[in-house]
Design a protein around this ligand. Structure first.
Ligand SMILES: [Zn+2]
Length: 406
């Protein structure tokens, strides 16, 4: 029966496509649609070991690679397979990725020459692969699915480079050991005896301490409620460069995973602690505010929490002194990640201004306002809008106040 039904459907589909003729384009391919949706990955925060040192990035991180492509319903729903295509799009939008892949696969199986079906299958596979890749035990399947997406859509170079990065990562981490704690999965090369024997105790204890501290500060706990534990990976410097594509100048990166380059553990404890604290803040900010948190807010909050007790006042003082000399940048330039800029002096100014702004907000408006800005971003309200609702002032007013106050 099923075979008969399929044959009939196929006939309908072919008839539908024949009727559509040149208007097959009515099955609008998603790559012609508008900008990427809100849940796109954005540029992950990354930072120089010492922003003041102003070493420039060697290459931008994998921003484009994480971007989802918007999918829309076909304009013209004629034809059985285009109806199934619509069903698949609906499944994709509901987040039922495996079902979407299955349905797109059937569309493409029936009409392999229809480019929209091929492209939609590639997008669904890419989304399924990204979702799987977040779970360490499913990374091998994720790589296979992404490879299939790349084969279907070779023109999407961002998928090809993501695949290359995932393969490099899998190769680098093949021999890595993972320690699991209440909130973290900590991975590192098992051949690094200083970490395997004793170092991991120190690092996992620190991670759990910082987790509790940030949980209280943000009144938000990113792990649990179905959200996975936070992955933290410690790399040798050359491994870090290979996996992230970021030069040895970087102190760490958060791209859904906290990735930290580490040379000699016993000699780099303090820098490691600072980098872990900083990147964990980015993990909390991502969980609370999503991908649309402005870079100045994200980096400001990360620097606010990165230092050991007592170091914050000194860091704020240094940032303000720098800005008093260099002047302030317009806020609109600090919305997108500035860690990928090439102008070393501007990078340092941007980090300094981010910290000084967050410090000013905390002192004059209260820490709860900063938290409200983050939470608002998570609910789709911009930081500017939340700030206006709360204070009847704009964020540019805050920049002007800071300028006066320096
Ligand atoms: Zn950062």
């Amino acid at each position: 029966m099923r075979g008969f039904a399929r044959a009939v459907l196929l006939l309908f589909a072919l008839a539908g496509l024949a009727l559509l003729g040149s208007s097959v384009g009515g099955l609008r391919p998603f790559w012609e649609s508008g900008a990427a949706p809100r849940q796109s990955g954005g540029t992950p925060p990354l930072e120089p070991l010492d922003p003041g040192a102003g070493r420039a990035p060697a290459a931008p991180p994998a921003a484009e690679e994480e971007r989802e492509v918007e999918v829309r319903a076909p304009r013209d729903p004629r034809g059985a397979w285009s109806e199934l295509n619509e069903e698949a799009i609906a499944a994709l939008e509901r987040g039922e990725l495996e079902l979407a892949v299955e349905l797109f696969r059937r569309c493409r199986g029936a009409v392999p020459e229809e480019p929209v079906f091929t492209a939609n299958l590639a997008e669904a596979l890419a989304r399924l692969a990204r979702a799987r890749h977040a779970r360490p035990e499913e990374r091998a399947e994720a790589i296979e699915e992404l490879a299939e997406a790349v084969a279907l859509a070779p023109e999407r170079t961002e998928l090809a480079s993501l695949l290359e990065r995932w393969r490099r990562e899998a190769e680098t981490e093949a021999e890595f050991w993972t320690d699991e704690t209440a909130h973290f999965l900590l991975s590192y090369d098992g051949a690094r005896t200083e970490l395997l024997k004793t170092g991991y105790v120190e690092v996992t204890r620190l991670l759990e301490e910082v987790h509790d501290e940030l949980g209280l500060a943000f009144n938000h706990y990113p792990v649990g409620h179905g959200d996975p534990k936070i992955r933290v990976v410690l790399y040798r410097r050359e491994e870090f460069a290979a996996v992230t594509g970021i030069g040895h100048w970087a102190g760490g990166v958060y791209d859904g995973v906290v990735r930290i380059p580490l040379g000699d553990f016993s000699r780099e404890r303090r820098a490691l602690e600072r980098a872990l604290r900083h990147e964990l803040v980015h993990a909390f900010v991502r969980s609370m505010g999503g991908a649309e948190v402005p870079a100045w807010l994200n980096e400001g909050v990360a620097q606010w929490h990165e230092g050991p007790p007592g170091s914050r006042a000194l860091a704020v003082q240094a940032a303000r002194a720098r800005l008093a000399e260099s002047g302030l940048l317009p806020l609109e330039e600090l919305g997108q990640s500035f860690a990928t800029w090439n102008d070393e002096d501007r990078i340092a100014r941007a980090y300094a201004q981010s910290l000084a702004l967050v410090d000013h907000l905390v002192r004059w408006y209260g820490e709860h306002v900063v938290l409200a800005l983050l939470a608002g971003c998570g609910e789709g309200t911009s930081a500017e809008e939340t700030f206006r609702l709360r204070t009847a002032r704009g964020l540019e007013d805050v920049v002007a106040e800071l300028r006066e106050d320096l």
